[in-house]
Design a protein around this ligand. Structure first.
Ligand SMILES: Cc1cc2nc3c(=O)[nH]c(=O)nc-3n(C[C@H](O)[C@H](O)[C@H](O)COP(=O)(O)OP(=O)(O)OC[C@H]3O[C@@H](n4cnc5c(N)ncnc54)[C@H](O)[C@@H]3O)c2cc1C
Length: 413
């Protein structure tokens, strides 16, 4: 037997729960189908388990952190800005705090509190069906027929695809949303990793785990160059941390063949000033070996790596270092360069870039321009932003916008 609802939402992540709650508020009958045994599995791991819910900034500043979909997101973000999210969660009993860079977290530092509140909001007037993976969607005249893995069939006047992207698939987002949208006639921009660590061709395993603060990083390649400043972490085969993650989102649609990542270890010093600084350290440690003369300049674990990188002999006494050798040291401190291999795979990306083409979606309502009654929200869309609470807010804003439109139009007949 088919079960009918006005609206069926596929996926109980941030975007699906927001859409369901808003549509039900408007008086529509809503059913949410979620493949997992619980709602919000990805939200649980966000912000290292603390959930960076949103970014408490003006919409204009928010949009400058959006990498793909800036123009598209304007309407939903002005209608449902971060302040709307903050008010909603506080009204649901979650105390929030704002940290460095306007990042909003629950005071409890527990993402489970965010999930609990959002689930409460979504299911106050709608039904949530768990362990129900949708496998097929068909439009049959004016209604949608939705089939699930367990053999159940649902029917609705409208559907909201809120299946997320393709990264961290163990949380449920394995790309089903793209398959459904494409079967219904939509263009899907190739999903690629965003906010992902960068793999390097040179081995950096010797400095794995080393974290550098206040460094300048530039990635450049065929026709592009992007720079950032801040923190970087060496992994076993590449770099991660805030700056590389941001840069990964800016270069993920570029051809990375031959691309180079350059680290300026001393961005506050010009070449001349750094040379004076090196000379003064060499004077201070004039009787020491080179490997014991760089402690004031570099973290200990980086010293042997840099000496190797510059092809210098660490056993050499400092007063034997030639001008040319000093120059090599200076150049590597100002531009430690590595050839980029690739970005880590989409599975390890914090968000997926790419997705349902924005040209085919109404930016105010999230309704498809091709299929009446079909809505697409959250990471399934070709939108992505930098870290800082922007991605969850995008999921919520697009979800609210779809819920308001789908629920409102049901109510108005
Ligand atoms: C490790 C990590 C940390 C992050 N930290 C932050 C952060 O602190 N702040 C921030 O803003 N962003 C963060 N993000 C990004 C953010 O979590 C996502 O952008 C956001 O959750 C996307 O919401 P969504 O609703 O579009 O998708 P999802 O949250 O992925 O939800 C999609 C839901 O659809 C369900 N589903 C999929 N296919 C089907 C199907 N066929 N049938 C039924 N159900 C289905 C899935 O099981 C899932 O529950 C982080 C991401 C990761 C991986």
């Amino acid at each position: 037997m088919k079960r009918y609802s006005d609206i069926i939402v596929i996926g109980a992540g941030a975007s699906g729960l927001a859409a369901a709650g808003k549509a039900a508020e408007k008086g529509a009958s809503v059913t949410v189908l979620e493949r997992n045994e619980k709602a919000g599995k990805k939200l649980y791991i966000t912000g290292k388990g603390r959930c960076n819910l949103t970014n408490n900034c003006e919409t204009r500043d928010f949009l400058s952190n959006v990498v793909n979909g800036q123009k598209f997101l304007q309407s939903s973000l002005y209608r449902f800005p971060p302040s709307y999210t903050v008010e909603l969660f506080e009204s649901l009993g979650v105390k929030l705090k704002t940290e460095r860079g306007n990042r909003v977290f629950p005071v409890s530092d527990k993402s489970s509190d965010i999930i609990k509140a959002l689930k409460e909001y979504a299911t106050a007037n709608s039904e949530l069906v768990l362990n129900e993976r949708v496998t097929d969607i068909k439009k049959v005249s004016e209604t949608f027929e939705i089939k699930t893995e367990r053999g159940n069939v649902f029917e609705s006047a409208k559907i909201v695809i809120a299946c997320g992207g393709k990264s961290y698939s163990s949380t449920g987002s394995s790309g089903d949303g793209y398959t459904f949208a494409s079967r219904l006639g939509h263009t899907v921009v190739k999903p690629v990793a965003a906010l992902a660590p960068i793999k390097l061709r040179t081995s950096v395993s010797a400095i794995e785990g080393l974290s550098l603060k206040n460094v300048g990083v530039t990635v450049s390649g065929d026709g592009f160059s992007e720079s950032g400043f801040g923190e970087l972490l060496f992994t076993s085969d590449g770099v991660s941390g805030p700056v590389p993650l941001t840069l990964s989102s800016l270069i993920n649609r570029k051809n990375l063949k031959g691309a180079v990542l350059k680290i300026d270890l001393k961005p506050a010093l010009s070449d001349e000033k750094l040379d004076i600084r090196i000379l003064s350290d060499f004077q201070k440690y004039s009787n020491k070996q080179l490997k014991n003369a760089l402690f004031d300049l570099l973290p200990r674990s980086l010293i042997p790596f840099i000496i190797d990188y510059c092809r210098l002999n660490g056993e050499n006494a400092v007063n034997n270092i030639t001008r040319k050798e000093r120059e090599r040291l200076l150049n590597s401190l100002k531009g430690l360069s590595f050839e980029i291999d690739s970005l880590y795979g989409i599975e390890h990306a914090i968000v997926t870039s790419g997705g349902v083409s924005l040209k085919e979606i109404n930016p105010t309502t999230m309704e498809s321009k091709l299929v009446k009654g079909l809505y697409v929200v959250g990471e399934t869309l070709d939108v992505d932003a930098l870290t800082g609470g922007f991605n969850i807010q995008i999921a919520l804003s697009t979800g609210f916008a779809a819920g308001e439109s789908a629920g409102g139009s049901i109510n108005n007949g």
